[in-house]
Design a protein around this ligand. Structure first.
Ligand SMILES: [Ca+2]
Ligand SMILES: [Ca+2]
Length: 117
């Protein structure tokens, strides 16, 4: 926190996937007398006059991760012929984001290629 302007800045890039909330803690000697407040505005008088507040920083998610398919991504599926309609395989993808940014959908894009060898 800038001492003369009150501007609150980060010293590192905030990553919601690493940590989604910060509670700013105040200086030790001031918090000895006050349980919760973490930031203070005070004048330069003696005795000092001040006000205090608690700041909780919630890190809001942005869509900065893409879905990742579990390995192997491309694999042959060996399926016996004449089996009834069945589940051939289940793709699983994970997305590190939160909420709608982390929802994953699946689709076949393109066309099936029929082969005979
Ligand atoms: Ca995402
Ligand atoms: Ca994110």
């Amino acid at each position: 926190m800038k001492e003369t302007s009150g501007i609150l800045e980060t010293t590192a890039i905030l990553d919601r996937e690493q940590r989604d909330k910060y509670l700013l803690t105040g200086t030790y000697y001031l918090n000895l007398f006050h349980n919760c407040p973490s930031v203070y505005a005070f004048d330069n008088t003696y005795p000092v006059k001040y006000d205090a507040a608690t700041i909780i920083v919630n890190i809001v998610d942005v869509n900065d991760h893409e879905p990742e398919l579990t390995k192997p991504v491309c694999l042959p599926l060996n399926v016996p012929e004449n089996v009834p309609i069945t589940n051939l395989h289940t793709l699983i993808a994970n997305d590190g984001d939160h909420g709608d940014n982390g929802l994953v959908s699946y689709a076949i894009i393109g066309e099936l290629i029929y082969g005979k060898d």
